[in-house]
Design a protein around this ligand. Structure first.
Ligand code: NAP
Length: 484
């Protein structure tokens, strides 16, 4: 057990929210945050409501004119300084995240680096928010400017407590927006620590608040406010749908990064060892609690047994345990409900004829730990429509390319998908016809700061990261210039 790392995480834990840079302590009625590995209470966050959310919105509104008109090179310099401080605190931030989320410490540090990639990328983007010129048939010249949309509400989930936040704050600050953040109640401490570093890096007061408390109340105030001009939400599809509705009366710009049910297809010509290794990389990050992880694997019948047997043999070796144990690759699930969901999905695939090849039960460690599990066969319907969000890989054999594509697309979701084949024509054919925002061909890893991240259908709209990420935070203004 790495107790030094754990202590470094606890050192960054702050039991307060932040309104315009000022700490609001948790007080006697704070909300408890626990360590999913043990259930031990790590600390409390304040249970804030309407009045505090209004204050944060007002602060974001007041800070907006100066920040949005500031020199973009200064905003880039601020982002670079913030990134430097995050790099300096990678160990502590990773440990804090591991404590509140349960993901292995090494993986949590990896997320800090990934999260910081967005800040570094958008520091560069701040310096190239480009406009255009265009001659018109009337002899005028049109100049276009890309201007910050305004104060933003940013709501983030617990599964990537750092990256889901920096993927929004990086472009928001680069564009000149101010923000009110509502982090997930299960993992608020990482967001608060990142916000404190942002202020240390020189962010003007008011440009960022982190509000904790009842989600529906805070979300209600944020979405109803005419001062908030944009909502960016990452989380479940039902909540996303509700928030989009709440944004309609004030016609806010909205970005939605929602759930998925990613298919992973393995053809008989694929490199099976590679397919197995990449399936594991894609699936077991955060114990299978990621929106892009393969939710259902389709394997061509001629190699289904071989692939599933290799996969099960590798999955059986995955070390499970608490975040600070050496070598651990899969941690606990976030809450008891999550374990119950995995058990339900497992029993349903078994009832429909699926065989357990490895795992298949709660882990001997007890609590929220579940064995990494592989099944073969049974009915895939459930997995087309519901994310398992846990360490279960159901494998289903298929016969033809058409059948695999049909099954992949027969889902209301369209976030990520994966394809393993050595046939370039097939890769491109399927790649083009899969209904998803992101497709990994012969890889299980598709997320980086330089890739446009986002979905189609019920997985949402908008893109984060890449050269497109900044577009979510700017409006285009045209100025028509009549020249004599
Ligand atoms: P969730 O229940 O929708 O919660 C996400 C965030 O929304 C949390 O901060 C939550 O606050 C808040 N929230 C809940 N109800 C709300 C309401 N009525 N009004 C305003 N805010 C509200 O989702 P989750 O279980 O945390 O996250 C898992 C989901 O996120 C999965 O479906 C996953 O696929 C999706 N996800 C998508 C992406 C992507 O980029 N597409 C990335 C990661 C995760 P509380 O914590 O206080 O309830």
């Amino acid at each position: 057990m790495n107790t030094a790392a754990r202590d470094a995480g606890l050192k960054l834990l702050r039991e307060h929210a932040l309104i315009a840079g000022a700490a609001i302590p948790a007080g006697a009625n704070g909300i408890a945050v626990d360590d999913p590995a043990t259930g031990e209470i790590l600390g409390h966050i304040p249970d804030l409501g309407v009045a505090e959310t209004d204050r944060a919105i007002q602060a974001a509104h007041d800070a907006f004119p100066a920040w949005s008109r500031s020199d973009p090179h200064k905003r880039a310099a601020f982002l670079r300084e913030w990134a430097r401080l995050i790099d300096e605190n990678t160990e502590g931030l990773g440990a804090l995240m591991a404590l509140e989320n349960g993901k292995p410490f090494e993986e949590a540090k990896g997320e800090v680096t990934y999260a910081n990639g967005f800040i570094k990328w958008f520091a560069g983007e701040a310096e190239r928010i480009l406009g255009e010129t265009q001659d018109t048939p009337l002899g005028h010249v049109i100049l276009t400017f890309r201007e910050a949309v305004g104060p933003c509400a940013l709501i983030t989930p617990w599964n990537f407590p750092a990256a889901m936040l920096t993927r929004k704050l990086g472009p928001a600050f680069a564009a000149g927006c101010t923000a009110v953040v509502k982090p997930a109640s299960q993992t608020p401490f990482t967001a608060i620590a990142l916000a404190e570093l942002a202020y240390r890096a020189g962010l003007p007061k008011g440009a960022l608040s982190v509000i904790t408390g009842d989600a529906a109340t805070i979300g209600g105030v944020l979405t109803a406010s005419p001062l908030i001009r944009k909502l960016s939400f990452t989380g479940s599809t039902p909540i996303g749908r509700k928030l989009a509705e709440q944004c309609a009366p004030t016609l806010k710009r909205v970005s939605m990064e929602l759930g998925g049910a990613a298919p992973l297809i393995v053809f008989e010509d694929a490199d099976l060892d590679l397919a197995v290794a990449e399936t594991i990389k894609g699936k077991f990050r955060n114990a299978g609690q990621t929106c892009v992880c393969p939710n259902r694997v389709y394997v061509q019948a001629s190699v289904a047994e071989a692939y599933a047997t290799k996969l099960a043999a590798e999955v059986a070796k995955i070390p499970v345990g608490p975040a600070f144990e050496d070598g651990v690759k899969v941690g606990p699930l976030i809450e008891d409900k999550a374990i119950a969901k995995v058990e339900d999905h497992l029993s349903r695939v078994q009832t429909s004829g699926g065989r357990v090849l490895t795992g298949g039960a709660r882990h001997a460690l007890g609590g929220r730990f579940f064995q990494p599990t592989v099944t073969l066969g049974g009915d895939d319907e459930l997995f087309r429509h519901e994310e398992t969000f846990g360490p279960l890989i159901p494998v289903f054999p298929f016969d033809t390319e058409e059948e695999a594509l049909g099954k992949a697309n027969d889902s209301e979701f369209g976030l990520a998908s994966y394809l393993f084949t050595r046939d370039l024509d097939r890769a491109m054919r399927i790649g083009r016809h899969i209904e998803a925002g992101m497709i990994g061909i012969n890889t299980g890893l598709i997320s980086t700061a330089v890739a446009p991240f986002g979905g189609v259908k019920q997985s949402g709209y908008g893109r984060e990261g890449s050269i497109h990420g900044i577009d979510e935070y700017v409006d285009i203004k045209q100025v028509t210039l009549a020249l004599k």
